[in-house]
Design a protein around this ligand. Structure first.
Ligand SMILES: Nc1ncnc2c1ncn2[C@@H]1O[C@H](COP(=O)(O)OP(=O)(O)OP(=O)(O)O)[C@@H](O)[C@H]1O
Ligand SMILES: [Mg+2]
Length: 736
């Protein structure tokens, strides 16, 4: 490489291999490298290079990222590098970009202009109704299974009519699929999988549209390629002219086979190999230097992933120092684990570090509640990323349903949600009549309701109530459609009676709901269509609704507050944090129970572990609980096999501070104590590890305690009956 190249400002902060990738001639490229090796960085610099050195228009570039947040960051970084706006560049998630295509070509794909997106929860509710209308036994057929079936077929590019050779069960699901799809089509509703499938069909079937985009996008770049599924890859191929032929464009894919974690959702690592076969003269670039983590963290992660077979094989090294060992905390139970983590975060914060530099990663969303409680208790602000989204909260969904009806009366899912919320005397029987009418006449619920009132099929109080609702919605639209979005939403929330309904409810939860409704108005006032990556020609309301359905809880209300980030291991992909906690690392939790039964799943869990570990820059803390209450059941676990795969010299076991001799034999009962919890402990009058006697349960050892004063509880591991929580005030324990 000559000097002029190495001195280019865009190449300054890159190593030789990264530089070669960024400044390569226009061609198909595969960047295959391990975690933290700068793949995403290369992608960003490559885009900047294309714009600046090859003088391409931002208009001719499409970049696909894993989250909307990543997309926004990428756009920001490219703009900072090239010093000009990149508005015209298409950048987003597969779903976001598919949505954009469908909006632009709604007529070509047979959708109403105001079509709405059905999120996963809505989809399940809708399936439930449909299965009821098909008279399927709810005990035998689950909406969740149906949802799974339908989405999987859609991800494979298959419509109900394409399915054949099915067994009896599948035959039923096929029927559900067909009925569901017809209902969605009538209602102008598009679920997530449908976004991709329909956009794909558009490109496949409409040569004019396809060629337009093929001419437009000279470069398509995909981050996290290892997690693309069949339809997504088909999409890339379609837009790029399929790798061969006249309208050929250039595709750059970036990925890491060791980080493929969506196999369960149909993602195919083989797409990486397929890419090499489909595209000619692909230049493969391997990056081997990790810039993210300490040597200890990297060595540990490498050792874990080495237990997988069938890897493409990559070496990763770092110039980063050895760093601190990985802390391993063996908690007694999930409360103990959460408290330990909270106390570590407090210490970190007291040392002047930012909370937003801390991530808590867990295997399943259900684990977050206990962690949240411990953080609340310790007054540590936190934010949940993904999972419990602002837009998923009941009251927010109610308000959004009204707005969706304003935008599209035929939106059955929205109508079902609010027709009797707040209650306005429309009973289950009336609704059944409307549903039947809709099905028989092949109409949306809204249209059917109107007709049934007009034809006097509905009469008396029922007719009045339905009519009032219809008038309310029509009137709301008339009166608010000229308002600015924030004002409109404010008026809708009030005039619909939603606000009054939640205000009338008592308790903390109701207060939060009212606050959330207000926050929704705020969100609308601050909503910037362009920042949200939405087309300018969408109405602000439609843009906002699409944004609400597509964003994955990345921006929550308290966006600017310094807060710890909680997320599942899956949603941590591509991110990095100085301090990372991986919790619940137990056999049966992580790897999950299900992964023991299905071939290939264990390897995928291990990749997930690799993803989790490699998020950490300076410090990684791993914890597991011997006993955990999950999904309402008490479970006993041992430490995960993944912990055993970490070299012992990289691990530091955290043990109880004041261990009594008997604890030497039971290292897993070690606990970490803060001064605050120490006070609470002395209030119980018992010491950890102490032997006690209970009238009914006999003798045991004190394991844990919680709360203080009359509420304080103590956990005792009884020799005969096992561990139990007892209220100290009533337990009448004697010291042995
Ligand atoms: N040449 C470099 N010099 C200094 N820092 C770098 C260099 N390359 C990458 N980095 C930094 O290393 C970290 C990891 O980079 P990046 O996120 O691009 O890795 P990645 O390969 O995309 O990781 P993942 O597989 O987790 O998505 C980032 O903080 C990035 O800024
Ligand atoms: Mg990355």
């Amino acid at each position: 490489m000559d000097d002029s190249m190495t001195q280019h400002p865009l190449l300054d902060q890159l190593n030789d291999k990264q530089r070669a990738a960024v400044s390569a001639p226009e061609r198909h490229m595969l960047v295959l490298a391990g975690a933290g090796s700068g793949k995403t960085r290369v992608l960003v610099h490559r885009i900047a290079w294309l714009l600046q050195e090859y003088h391409l228009s931002p208009y001719s570039i499409m970049a696909v990222t894993f989250t909307n947040k990543a997309a926004a960051e990428m756009r920001g970084r490219v703009e900072a590098l090239v010093g000009s706006s990149t508005r015209a560049m298409w950048i987003g998630t597969f779903h976001g970009l598919a949505h954009r295509l469908l909006r632009a070509h709604y007529m070509d794909v047979g959708l109403p202009q105001n079509f709405q997106i059905l999120d996963s929860d809505d989809q399940q509710r809708m399936l439930k109704r449909i299965m009821r209308s098909l008279n399927l036994d709810e005990k035998r057929w689950s909406p969740k299974q149906a949802q799974w079936f339908i989405n999987a077929k859609k991800d494979e590019g298959l419509r109900a009519e394409h399915l054949d050779g099915l067994d009896y069960n599948e035959q039923t699901y096929k029927e559900i699929y067909a009925t569901y799809q017809a209902a969605c089509d009538r209602a102008g509703l598009v679920d997530f999988a449908e976004l991709l499938l329909r956009a794909h069909e558009l490109l496949r079937d409409n040569a004019i549209v396809r060629e337009h985009y093929q001419r437009r996008f000279r470069h398509i770049l995909v981050d996290e390629f290892q997690d693309t599924n069949a339809i997504q890859y088909a999409w890339v191929k379609m837009l790029s002219g399929g790798g061969r032929g006249e309208n050929e464009n250039f595709v750059t894919i970036v990925g890491d086979d060791d980080q493929s974690i969506y196999g369960w959702r149909g993602a195919k690592i083989e797409n990486i190999h397929q890419f090499n076969r489909d595209y000619p003269n692909v230049e493969t670039i391997r990056l081997e230097q990790n810039y993210r983590s300490t040597n200890t963290i990297l060595t540990a992660a490498n050792s874990v992933i080495a237990n997988n077979t069938d890897r493409l094989g990559k070496e990763l090294w770092t110039e980063g120092g050895t760093g601190e060992p990985i802390d391993l905390y063996a908690a007694i139970n999930e409360m103990d684990e959460a408290r330990y983590i909270a106390s570590r975060i407090e210490a970190w914060h007291e040392q002047g570090n930012a909370l937003q530099d801390v991530a808590l990663l867990y295997r399943s969303n259900a684990q977050s509640r206990v962690l949240e409680e411990a953080l609340l208790h310790a007054r540590i602000p936190y934010r949940i990323y993904g999972g419990l989204r602002f837009f998923d909260r009941q009251e927010v969904k109610d308000a959004l349903a009204y707005l969706r009806l304003l935008a599209n009366r035929d939106d059955d899912a929205a109508l079902e949600r609010v027709i009797n919320t707040p209650t306005r005397g429309i009973g289950a029987r009336t609704l059944d009549i409307v549903r039947d009418g809709a099905r028989q006449r092949q109409l949306s619920l809204w249209q059917a309701a109107k007709q049934l009132v007009q034809e006097k099929v509905l009469t008396g109080r029922a007719a009045n109530a339905v009519n009032t609702f219809i008038e309310l919605i029509d009137q709301l639209e008339d009166e608010t459609s000229d308002d600015l979005l924030g004002k409109q939403v404010d008026r809708v929330i009030k005039a619909s009676g939603l606000m009054a309904m939640y205000e009338a409810e008592k308790g903390e939860k109701a207060e939060t709901r009212v606050e959330n409704l207000k926050e929704l108005v705020n969100a609308c006032e601050n909503f910037d269509q362009l920042d949200a990556n939405m087309e300018e020609d969408l109405t602000p309301l439609n843009a906002f609704l699409a944004h609400a359905a597509l964003e994955s809880g990345e921006e929550q209300a308290d966006e600017y507050q310094d807060a710890v980030q909680l997320m599942t291991l899956h949603s941590a992909k591509g991110l990095e944090f100085p301090l990372v906690f991986m919790c619940g690392v137990e056999e049966g939790m992580f790897p999950s129970q299900q992964s023991f039964e299905e071939a290939g799943r264990l390897a995928e869990e291990r990749r997930l572990c690799y993803v989790g570990m490699t998020r950490a820059m300076q410090k990684l803390v791993i914890s597991y609980a011997e006993q955990r209450r999950i999904y309402g059941q008490e479970k006993f676990h041992t430490q995960s096999r993944f912990i055993g795969e970490i070299p012992a010299e990289n691990l530091h076991h955290i043990r109880m501070q004041s261990a009594s001799p008997s604890f030497g034999r039971q290292p897993n009962y070690g606990r970490f104590r803060t001064s605050a919890s120490h006070e609470a402990f002395t209030e119980t009058g018992f010491q950890l590890g102490q032997r006690v006697r209970h009238a009914k349960f006999g003798e045991g050892t004190v394991l844990n305690y919680e709360g203080s004063g009359p509420q304080s509880r103590i956990q005792v591991n009884f020799d005969d009956v096992g561990a139990k929580w007892l209220v100290v005030a009533y337990a009448r324990l004697d010291r042995c």
